[in-house]
Design a binder for this molecule. Sequence first.
Ligand SMILES: Nc1ncnc2c1ncn2[C@@H]1O[C@H](COP(=O)(O)OP(=O)(O)O)[C@@H](O)[C@H]1O
Ligand SMILES: [Mg+2]
Length: 378
Amino acid sequence: MAMPTAHNIPIYRGLDEKDRQRLTRDVSAAFARAAAEMPAAQKTEPEEEAVGPTSQDLVEIPEFSDLIGVDPAVYRQINAALKAGKQHLMFYGPPGTGKTTLAQLVAGTLHDVYTMITGSADWTSQDVIGGYQPVGEGRVSFVPGVLLQNFDRPLIVDELNRCDIDKVIGPLFTVLSEQKTTLPYRTDIADAESLAYVILPKPKPSAAAHEFAPKPGWRILATINSIDKAALYQMSFALTRRFGWIYVDAPRDLRGFLVEVMHKWEMVDADDEPAGPIPLERIWRAINGARVIGPAPILDMLKTVRAIDPDLNLLAAPEVDQASAYLDGFYMYVLPMLDGILRKQAIAVATEVRDALDLADKSEEARTLAERLMDLAV
Ligand SMILES: Nc1ncnc2c1ncn2[C@@H]1O[C@H](COP(=O)(O)OP(=O)(O)O)[C@@H](O)[C@H]1O
Ligand SMILES: [Mg+2]
């Protein structure tokens, strides 16, 4: 029975069949008048026949010049997946390795437009698939969610690991399961006889009003931060199988990567070759010993050093008064990535950064560095 609240708003328990029926009745009654003025819902019988994806010219994904030091295997695997007809791709790997950038470049190569959404903990099935919503003039209709709204283009789901996998993957699963899915929403909420919306697994040239069918250009390109292992394990085998999984690792040759970037960005002269170890390379390697991170925070650190001290020679250990530029960049972009490392890893990173920057053991800077790293350690 209805439990009136302080404001006399009835409460419906969604799992209770009686309450559910009562909700349907009440909503229908509330909008009966408006519904009567609505054009009759189309009641054409759904065609069972769905055509296969329109054959598209197979586009070869080139190595993108914006991304440096990406393992050729990444491109080989992307192209192999596409050739094999894998529609959906999952880019996973450590943070900052260029997964989002790669997804955008691939999407932009495959299609003229794409949409990117970033995973969030409060996404619901309503956001993803859709649900009933007031649409003005007292009417309530099914409003498609972001997935169905972007059924005509690549949809990048960035940081899939950030959303509640059960809530988001559940609806995604029905869409990716390659079976026709009937949604619990009708074309006319007030008319129990009206057609329920359906999601078709394959493109269909003349989809009816109640049918959502992907266009040939539709595909999902998702990214997952592999530090978030729990997210990986939450994905069922059946769903995992729908994606071509591409591991995007941090560059193997850190020194080669940094020298290439410094040359490309004209931060060092074209013929400058480092004599000894490059400070940033030592710092990056030390970090990777604790937790592998991709180029993104390192590049941010590099730009910071450059912005603070444009004359500093990036290929050699800094002068005494130049170390602070590195430390600023380290605190701004790298330190936050190291939350939760082990104490002994914190000590190792602190020692290596100190040595790479030629800081005296007992200096104020070295002490602060060690303290800040220990603060993040568990
Ligand atoms: N291999 C790389 N070469 C050049 N720039 C990179 C590389 N990897 C990342 N970046 C840069 O770092 C920034 C963040 O990368 P992003 O794609 O967001 O990484 P991820 O999604 O893996 O965390 C972007 O500006 C990107 O261009
Ligand atoms: Mg990303």
